[in-house]
Design a protein around this ligand. Structure first.
Ligand code: SF4
Length: 363
């Protein structure tokens, strides 16, 4: 398939891996921010091709994993109310809440609908004027433009029974939180190409300067991953600071200006809690005051939410790259994809599910 096969070409992959072995001279700790890249590394076996000097640590870029337990419990509370239809992407349904997940709410009669776009949820609101339709708006900058468009469309159509349960997060403040932590070991970042396709990489330049590290904007296919690593390791070996765009077929410095304009029209940066990590200043988006009537948390009394985290799950440390999934006492025994204790074992972008699926490891 054009635009795919050439980036999975075995000869190119082998050449890039050979090149990398020729470039590297020192041990380096490198974080791939995005859970999609974690899965790509393991799915294609690229991690097996890397020289031993590279230690990959896996970052917090799994939107399902970082959605706070409190927000999942709020979604469950809404879905359990007969006056509501809770809409969500499918991968949120099996994420454990304090007592149950959205799947089990649906099994016991709750109105939980899987949608492929927030615009489908807007349509659902038009079709069900007697219900309040709430879309569970999670994710990074990649999902934010479509969520903004749902608000713009709902407003232009005069739809009053639609709202968002917002848990939108931003990558740059999370990078800063990792780099400023006393436990940080990361010496260079592979920045997520799809986020940068939307936002550009201009926000990353001052972070690279401030923390004196290199970053490579990287795609998701095997050739993309190795190209990003080669560029990043070259910068590390040459003691260069800054951001290199290793994914120019999709990313520009400025990013998608129309998408950013729709985000800025509807959302504004705000403090956000990250599951297992805590609150990171200005690390999320919230609806602007003029759109507060679309904010489910502000519109509806969700009662007192008392959360209860698993005592076994170390997802917060996995998401910050401090520990790896097999170091979790529950990995592969108490916690499996069939019986997950934490979101990283459920999500298609979770590091725990990547180790379980591709490395066939147990603790
Ligand atoms: S293996 Fe399961 S319990 Fe352990 S950190 Fe991952 S999700 Fe949490």
């Amino acid at each position: 398939m054009k635009y795919t096969d050439e980036f999975r070409d075995a000869a190119r992959v082998k050449q890039l891996a050979d090149d990398l072995r020729g470039i590297i001279q020192h041990p380096w700790v490198i974080m791939e921010i995005c859970g999609g890249q974690t899965h790509s590394f393991m799915h294609y076996g690229i991690d097996q091709l890397l020289p031993p000097e590279i230690e990959l640590v896996h970052g917090p870029g799994c939107p399902v994993c970082v959605t706070p337990l409190e927000m999942i419990d709020k979604a469950i509370a809404l879905a359990s109310d007969s006056g509501f239809i809770l809409t969500s992407y499918g991968d949120m349904l099996r994420v454990p809440g304090s007592n149950q997940d959205l799947f089990s709410v649906r099994a016991s009669g709750g109105a939980v609908k899987v949608v492929y776009s927030p615009l489908d949820a807007v349509q659902l609101a038009r079709d069900n004027p007697d219900k309040q339709v709430v879309f569970f708006a999670i994710g990074f900058e990649t999902t934010t433009p479509a969520n903004a468009m749902s608000i713009i469309q709902a407003e232009s159509l005069g739809i009053k029974n639609f709202s968002l349960l917002v848990s939108q997060v931003r990558v740059p403040p999370a990078m800063e939180a990792i780099l400023s932590s006393p436990a940080n070991r990361v010496q260079g970042f592979l920045a997520a190409g799809h986020v940068c396709a939307v936002m550009g990489f201009w926000e990353y330049l001052p972070i690279a300067e401030k923390y004196q590290i290199p970053m490579a904007v990287t795609g998701f296919e095997p050739v993309d991953l190795l190209k990003g690593l080669n560029d990043l390791v070259t910068m590390l070996e040459q003691k260069k600071v800054g951001v290199i765009n290793s994914y120019p077929r999709a990313v520009t410095l400025e990013g998608n200006m129309a998408a950013q304009a729709s985000i800025n029209r509807v959302f504004q940066p705000s403090d956000r809690a990250w599951r297992g990590i805590g609150t990171i200043p200005m690390s999320g988006f919230s609806l602007r005051p003029e759109y507060v009537h679309f904010d489910a948390e502000k519109r509806f009394d969700l009662g007192h939410i008392k959360t209860r985290e698993s005592e076994v799950c170390i997802a917060g440390q996995v998401l910050q790259g401090v520990m790896k999934p097999p170091q979790c006492p529950g990995f592969g025994t108490l916690c499996t994809p069939e019986n997950p204790l934490g979101a990283p074992m459920v999500s298609a972008e979770g590091a725990c599910s990547a180790y379980y699926r591709y490395k066939k490891m147990t603790s």
